[in-house]
Design a protein around this ligand. Sequence first.
Ligand SMILES: [Zn+2]
Ligand SMILES: [Zn+2]
Length: 302
Amino acid sequence: MAVCDHCGKRAVWRDAASGAVLCGEHFSAWYEHLVADTISRYGMIPADSRVAIGLSGGKDSTVLLSVLAKLDLDAEFVAVTVDEGIADYRDETIRAAETLVKRLGVEHRILSFADVCGKTLDELLAVSPERACSVCGTLRRRALNMAAREAGADRIATGHCMDDEAQSVLMNYLRGDLRRVTENYQTNAGELFVPRIKPLCRCTERATVAYGMVNHLLTRLPECPYTRYALRAGVRSELGLLEHRYPGTLLAIVEGQEKLLAKLGPVRGEVRRMGVCERCGEPTENRLCAACTLLAKLEGRV
Ligand SMILES: [Zn+2]
Ligand SMILES: [Zn+2]
């Protein structure tokens, strides 16, 4: 039986990069420290913040809210759940979210796609389910931004972990999207969008799930039925294999991207001005915002 390096109790975690072997208690402390360190390194939560936490009820956001509530932060939290309207999937995860906020005593708001655009995701995708993740992502960004503003929050925290970050970097390359790879300009978006933070961006998904299990936060929940259509699903499983065989791969991808942007330097002088959407009043660089453009397309009006 493997035992903890610190206390000799039964180990539950072996860190592939450092070789450290930890019991449940010391692993949890290590994970919480990693999140606290990420928050302070990137100045994510200044004193006296009011942070909206995107709480889907899935594993990553459940761990995020639980850890933030536990850390000694000078901040107020409000959990925001977006109900996309996905049959046989969403109801269960919303119930999980409600149980969690009740236990932690955190304020909770639920906003549905129907509130944002008058339709559920299932209705929007009836004709082209293969576009699910981009449609859902665009509308969810808008819903979260709206809900956070209404809740008077000055930050939106999401449960994206290091795997998600590395997948996004790689997907930009796989699509040949050089603009996204090198995007490093200044905008006035901060005045219009509630700024986003990702406190789990240095935690692997494997560690995040382990934290959830060790702390009895996770119940068996259904997977989103649409994920199988996405390029991300393929990238996710391949990257997962690479990380398993060559630990540190995810961190190298994420840090490599940061180094690239630092080397390119911000585009000085030029600030991209954003305005507001003609239809909905949300921020955009164009006449219509991404969500309204998408809705117009889905409704066959353009
Ligand atoms: Zn221990
Ligand atoms: Zn709009």
